[in-house]
Ligand binder design. Structure first.
Ligand SMILES: NC(=O)c1ccc[n+]([C@@H]2O[C@H](COP(=O)([O-])OP(=O)(O)OC[C@H]3O[C@@H](n4cnc5c(N)ncnc54)[C@H](O)[C@@H]3O)[C@@H](O)[C@H]2O)c1
Length: 340
């Protein structure tokens, strides 16, 4: 039986991955988290309720802040992992603009502490680092970045993620760690932090409050993303973990360091998205397009990644975006505690 260490398990994406792994494998899971403003153990409590007592015991939670090195006590609480999935990160972009050093500590120092722990592991098969579309910066119309395109960080959050990604590459080159990297587009789903765009829009439409939508300077075009549901992220991740014979053929120094873009099924602008959310609720959408550069320095109008690599290997999200959005709206209205 494999043991997987997942960092940031009380966070939004990792708790979906934990549910997916409990449901689809017999693996043991250890998660470490320090429970910051976005970490919430109630997420894990809710998903564990779907499982038998035997399955519930497959998850162990270890309290640890990755800013500190993983000492021998924490190491023995974790045990010997076969796989490490590194999701813990300070993830609030606006906060990174006010407190950039916190993001260096959590995302860069935290990642290097985990890489040092990984370096001591004798039977580690894969170390997956969860990076983001934001490291590539704004994508002009018609451009979708591929896995090995250049970084272009436009805010301290994305700089900290890109920097940690480079440390992962360096640890494969220097210490031969089995590094895998995912670049994930904007994720949504059940139990997301209520300040994020989709839960906030669901709540504002429900209460008939104005929804502010980031747009270009002329306020004629809303920003767009390829949103991906957290369950599709978990499914894509399992596909990557099962790619045992995959040989990356790119020119990338000595490190193979496979990188994969995890991209939602279609691009959607935030106004269309808000309109779908209002339609599902059968309510009017009250909205205003706002100039994103004035309201949020470092905010990019459009992110876009190419899904071609994973598609060519046989993976893409199976469920249409509009269906996923509909399900999340209906779930959120029934589970009001996850809205503001
Ligand atoms: N949400 C997205 O749209 C998105 C897109 C691409 C990539 N990502 C990446 O995926 C990962 C998870 O994102 P999320 O939205 O679930 O974030 P989240 O903020 O919901 O969860 C992050 C978790 O990490 C924990 N954490 C933070 N710093 C820590 C530290 N120093 N030590 C231990 N635990 C710590 C937090 O307590 C929290 O539980 C992050 O690495 C993020 O950069 C997210």
């Amino acid at each position: 039986m494999k043991k997987v260490l997942i960092t940031g398990g009380a966070g939004f994406i990792a708790h979906h991955i934990i549910a997916h792994i409990i449901k689809n494998t017999d693996w043991e899971i250890v998660t470490i988290d320090r429970l910051d403003i976005s970490g919430n153990l109630n997420r894990l409590n809710e998903i564990l309720n779907q499982f038998s007592d035997k399955d519930k015991k497959r998850l162990k939670i270890v309290f640890h802040d990755l800013k500190a090195e993983i000492n021998s006590q924490i190491e023995s609480a974790i045990g010997i992992p076969d796989i490490i999935l590194h999701l813990a990160a300070a993830s609030h972009v606006d906060r990174s603009i006010s407190f950039p050093m916190e993001f260096v500590q959590d995302n860069v120092v935290g990642t290097v502490n985990l890489l040092d722990f990984a370096r001591r592991q004798k039977k580690l098969e894969k170390f997956v680092y969860f990076s983001t579309d934001e490291i590539f910066g704004n994508a002009p119309e018609g451009v979708s970045y591929s896995e090995y395109d250049r970084y272009n960080s436009t805010n301290p959050y994305s700089a900290s993620k890109a920097s940690a990604e480079e440390f992962c590459v360096a640890y494969e080159n220097t210490y031969k760690l089995p590094i895998y990297i995912t670049h994930t587009m904007n994720v949504f789903g059940e139990r997301q932090h209520p300040e994020k765009f989709i839960p906030m829009t669901i709540q504002r439409v429900r209460d008939q409050q104005k929804v502010l939508i980031h747009a270009n300077e002329e306020k004629t075009q809303a920003g767009s993303r390829h949103y991906i549901h957290a369950q599709d992220v978990a499914d894509g991740l399992m596909f990557i973990l099962n790619l045992n014979n995959y040989v990356h053929r790119g020119d990338f120094g000595n490190a193979k360091c496979p990188k994969f873009n995890l991209v939602g099924p279609e691009e959607i602008d935030n106004l269309t998205l808000a309109q779908i959310i209002a339609k599902v609720q059968k309510k009017e959408l009250i909205y205003e397009l706002i100039d994103n550069h004035t309201s949020r320095p470092g905010h990019d109008l459009r992110y876009s990644l190419s899904p071609k690599l994973l598609k060519s290997l046989g993976w893409e999200p199976k469920i249409k975006l509009s269906k996923r959005i509909e399900e999340v709206v209906e779930w959120s209205l029934k589970n009001k505690r996850w809205l503001s």
